[in-house]
Design a protein around this ligand. Structure first.
Ligand code: PMP
Length: 361
């Protein structure tokens, strides 16, 4: 059998592991922050129609610049944005990869405040960008002073901010974003994959875009829209940033089917986003219930909750799995992350928590 070591793999990829959230067939899957609600029937029909309308023309390449979809996405975002300020790709992962291809790369540095989204360092690795993990402060918080000190110390070409942050769940104070922008020598990417779930009073970095051409806000339809399988992520930024990513994107990267399905989904956004408040209610319920059980829990503006189990978290992870509940071990000693889904899923998760702590029936 040929192994990886037998191949002339790049030295910096040797010994590395791929991104790999377990995809296990268990009754309650709360480990990848998906939206638990299936696509509603009227939206299924609309997407089917939109896809059918594309099929005859699949002999042709799709619109390379996804102009209509970008205009729709800009309309959804508001803030006076237009399609020229928006770019779309196969998930916000691909958007961030394109940003690193354009603004990172060999000889350049990207910095993120850990713990944060595990794909940011992997995308840096894949694009040959040196990764600098900068620690967050007390209770996973990040103040403007702490962030600026790290930026000044490392002077990275690309900075990742994640708001609401994965895996902690908490949104950033916009003062942190503006302070980082003022101190940053290069690009600042604010990953807002979970923006739609933020608690009232939270401010999106979209509001900070005017006058900041080195700021990029990335979003996705994978979470609030319940469209993870459709693979549609996007960014909002100065049109010059869009011109930059067009230098590195693959031609025709976004299939005609993806563009059509995403446009149909966006046209039904009121229906699709109808699940957001239900998910937020379960998120708040999980936070309250776990705190009521005496556990430390991070404040959440997302569709998931980070909670402390103490000791070796992989033991609690396994015990929950034995109860049919799959949560996420993000490698943070003593902590686990659970996605907020349906009422029944929260019931099952809380019952499993009681069972493993010996309090349940
Ligand atoms: N950013 C964050 C913070 C995420 O948690 C995720 C998904 N887990 C993504 C980006 C990527 O999402 P997608 O590629 O599906 O848009």
């Amino acid at each position: 059998m040929t192994g990886l070591d037998d191949l002339p793999l790049r030295d910096d990829l040797r010994g590395r592991s791929p991104y790999g959230a377990p995809q296990l067939e268990v009754p309650v899957r709360l480990n990848t922050n998906e939206n638990s609600y299936p696509v509603p029937e009227p939206v299924v029909e609309a997407i089917s129609k939109a896809l059918a309308a594309e099929l005859r023309d699949l002999n042709r390449y799709p619109d390379r610049d996804a102009v209509a979809l970008r205009a729709d996405l800009a309309g959804y975002l508001g803030h006076g944005l237009t399609g020229e300020q928006v770019w779309a790709a196969n998930g916000s992962n691909e958007i961030q990869q394109q940003l690193l291809q354009a603004f990172g790369g060999p000889g350049r540095t990207a910095l993120g405040f850990t713990p944060a989204y595990s794909m940011h360092p992997l995308l840096a690795l894949g694009t040959g960008t040196r990764w600098v993990p900068a620690p967050r402060g007390v209770d996973f918080g990040l103040t403007a002073d702490e962030a600026v000190a790290q930026v000044r110390a490392h002077r990275p070409d690309v900075i990742f901010l994640c708001s609401p942050n994965n895996p902690t769940g908490t949104a950033l104070d916009p003062a942190v974003i503006t302070a980082v922008l003022d101190a940053a020598p290069g690009m600042v990417i604010v990953d807002e994959a979970y923006a739609e779930f933020a608690r009232p009073g939270t401010v999106s970095a979209l509001a900070v875009l005017p006058g900041h051409p080195r700021l990029v806000v990335t979003r996705t339809m994978s979470k609030a829209f319940g469209f993870a399988g459709g693979r549609l992520g996007y960014l909002a930024a100065d049109p010059a940033v869009v011109a930059a990513v067009q230098l590195v994107r693959l031609p025709y990267h976004l299939s005609a089917l993806t563009q059509a399905a995403a446009r149909a989904a966006l046209a039904h956004r009121d229906t699709l986003l109808g699940t957001v408040s239900a998910v937020m209610a379960q998120r708040d319920r999980i936070v309250t219930q776990l705190r009521g059980r005496g556990l430390r829990v991070a404040d959440s503006d997302a569709n998931f909750v980070l909670f402390e189990v103490g000791g070796d978290q992989s033991v609690a992870w396994r015990a929950l799995l034995d109860q049919g509940v799959l949560v996420r071990d993000v490698g943070l000693p003593g902590w686990l992350r659970v996605t907020a889904g349906t009422v029944a899923e929260t019931d099952a998760f809380l019952a499993a928590m009681d069972k493993i702590s010996g309090e349940g029936p």
